[in-house]
Every structure is written in C-alpha cells, then in structure tokens.
Design a protein around this ligand. Structure first.
Ligand SMILES: NC(=O)c1ccc[n+]([C@@H]2O[C@H](COP(=O)([O-])OP(=O)(O)OC[C@H]3O[C@@H](n4cnc5c(N)ncnc54)[C@H](OP(=O)(O)O)[C@@H]3O)[C@@H](O)[C@H]2O)c1
Length: 329
C-alpha cells in the first residue's frame, strides 16, 4: 500500500506518499480501507519526533480516518466487510489501509462523505470526553472554550450548546470569532486584543464560568483560575501557550476548583473503547438528526499533507483540515 512516510530534513521534515508495509488485522481488529483522514496538531509534533506513538503502535501518522471495512480479525462481531465507518486511531490514518480495534469504530452516518467522517473521531471524541466525562458539564452551566475555531473547539461549542449550556469562546481572528458565534457561542472574545477573563466575567454577570476547556496552558492559567466560579473545573488538553506557570493554590482552595489534565491517545485500549461506546450512544444520534455537524476548513489530497500541516502550523484553519486518499475509479 501507499502511506505518508516522514523524511527528516535539515530544516524541515518532508511528508512523502510512498510504498509502505500493508497492515494485517489481529484478533479483535478490522482492516479499514481508508478514504479520508484528518490533520491533528499532534501529527505535526509526531512528524518532528516530539510526540512518539505509544508502544506497539505504527509510526505512520494519523489519529482518525473514515473508510470501508474490508477484513475482520478473529472474534470481531457487529461489523461486516463493506460497512462504512469512522475510526479513532492510535496512529496509521495517513495510509491506504489501517488496522483498528473494532471497539474504536463508529458507523458513518447515512449520506455523509468520507471527508465528513474523517473530521469527527479525534476532535469530537476529545471534546465530548473532556466537557462531559472529565468536567461534568451540565445543562444551564456556563462554559468557556478556548481556541473556539479549532477542530476541537468547533466540536466543543456545538456539543455544549446542544447540552443546554451557556457557551463563551475565544479565538484570535475576526473570521474565527464569527465562526464561534455562528456555532452558537453567546459571545466570542479576541484573546489577542481583549482580556478574556474581564470580558467573560462581565458577560456572566460577575459570576464567572463553571467549566473551561483549555488547550493553551500556561499563558491562560492565572486568568482561567480567576474566572472560574466556585466548584469550577478547568480541563487542560494542550500546552500551545506553554506548560510552566505559577499557581495560586489559595484560589483553588477558596473556590474548591478542580484542575484536570487529560489526553486521549495514551489511555489504555479498554478505556478508549468505553469512551467511543458512550460517544456512540450520546452523540451519534445527534449527527444522524442533523443537529451536529463537523466543521471542515478544507479537503486536500493526501499528497499535499505537507501543505496541510503548514496551514495548521500557521493557525489558518477554522475546523478540520481533511486529507483524501485517492482511489482507483
Ligand atoms: N488532550 C487531548 O485528548 C486532545 C485531543 C485533541 C486535541 N488536543 C489539543 O487541542 C488543541 C486543539 O487541537 P485542534 O487539532 O483542534 O487544533 P487546530 O484546529 O489546529 O487549532 C488550534 C488553534 O489554536 C489557536 N492557538 C494556537 N496557538 C495558540 C496559543 N499559543 N495561544 C492561544 N491560542 C493558540 C489557533 O487559533 P487562533 O487563531 O484562534 O489563535 C489555532 O488555529 C491542541 O492543543 C491539541 O493538541 C488535545
């Protein structure tokens, strides 16, 4: 098969579409013919050797895919060859074929393109997991979603609105702020020109927020803690704005705050299978009803993976950048 192979270079890595070994499904796994995958920031880090795959996982990039089930490993039930599926992968999506545990597959909604399917697993499952299972967001609560126009952010805004929460978002460009509002955010704040904590506090009548979903880290930490209402939860899912900061524990104690760190890929398989199962029950029906939709910035052929990474690195995307795998007609 063909796959993206990472070629280290003196100044930057090259992503080359070339021959690679075909994967074989083991017990409990299926072989997926990949029609589309999508870019995650973790892919950029992995390509530069800064986010190695967990032990036993392929070196091929790609945390999500959509395609057609072609072969079932021993003991797989509930899936048949020919089924259209979306997959949450530990790696291997940037390829013509990938193996995945059957418990990490979701049925592709009727009428959806493979590109739409590829835009769902990583961003939407991370948003669902961190808003609801980690932070325990409930209807009527107030949530602040940082990087609101990102892949995860565009999913999180929709999920929180659908749950009946009041949603605020931050982003760093006018078109991104407009996208956050169009998805249902009550207000979107330009964190580059405004103090988001002051703005959100004022808009919440001085109360602050119950939950913050934050991929930024250090640069936002002090204001995040100040903005949280009593019993508030801050879920940190990334460190795009640095990982080292000072914490005033008095704030955490006096307001009974919870600071939660959460990643998806390194979790044990059984945990990921459980999360995907609950996502299937709670969120998939809302895709089928047309209430929720993945936001796609653009779809590029996989041969342009380098250009796709560049777009993400330069923060130019609103929603997901999808890569299509060419198929003979
Ligand atoms: N823990 C998990 O399980 C998990 C799973 C998936 C993703 N993530 C993390 O979630 C984050 C979003 O991922 P994604 O793939 O959805 O991202 P994405 O679509 O690439 O968007 C990220 C956006 O974040 C903003 N940003 C970048 N650097 C920033 C900084 N220093 N301070 C503030 N904002 C910054 C930029 O938007 P603006 O123009 O608005 O600044 C950028 O477009 C990443 O950090 C990713 O690693 C975590």
């Amino acid at each position: 098969m063909k796959a993206i192979v990472v070629k280290p270079g003196p100044r930057r890595v090259r992503l080359s579409w070339e021959n690679a070994a075909d994967p074989r499904p083991g017990p409990g796994e299926v072989l997926l013919e990949v029609h589309a995958t999508a870019v995650n920031r973790a892919d950029l880090l992995q390509a530069r050797g800064q986010y190695p795959p967990p032990p036993g996982v392929t070196e091929i990039l790609g945390l999500e895919a959509a395609g057609v089930v072609r072969e079932l490993g021993a003991g797989v039930s509930g899936w048949s060859a020919g089924d259209r599926a979306m997959a949450l992968l530990p790696g291997g999506g940037y390829a013509e074929r990938a193996v995945v545990h059957a418990g990490l597959l979701l049925p592709l909604p009727e009428g959806w393109s493979f590109a739409q399917g590829a835009a769902v697993p990583e961003a939407w499952i991370a948003a669902y997991l961190n808003l609801f299972e980690e932070a325990g967001l409930r209807a009527g609560e107030i949530v602040l979603i940082h990087a609101g126009a990102s892949g995860v952010g565009t999913a999180a805004i929709q999920l929180a609105v659908a749950e009946g929460a009041r949603v605020f978002a931050t982003a760093g460009a006018a078109a991104k702020l407009a996208a956050c509002r169009a998805l249902g955010a009550e207000a979107a704040i330009d964190y580059k020109t405004q103090d988001f904590a002051v703005e959100v506090k004022a808009r919440s009548g001085g109360r602050g927020v119950d939950v913050i979903l934050d991929p930024v880290g250090a640069a936002h930490l002090r204001r995040n803690l100040e903005l949280l209402a009593p019993c508030g939860r801050l879920v940190n899912i990334g460190v795009m704005g640095g990982s080292r900061a000072e914490i005033d524990l008095a704030l955490i104690l006096s307001k009974s705050l919870r600071l939660i760190g959460s990643r998806l890929r390194p979790r044990p398989l059984a945990e990921r299978v459980g999360i995907v199962g609950r996502f299937r029950e709670r969120v998939l029906p809302r895709f089928l009803a047309g209430e929720l939709k993945p936001v796609i910035d653009r779809v590029l052929p996989i041969a342009q993976a380098e250009a796709a990474h560049e777009l993400i690195r330069e923060n130019r995307n609103i929603g997901k950048v999808v890569l299509e795998i060419p198929r003979p007609a």
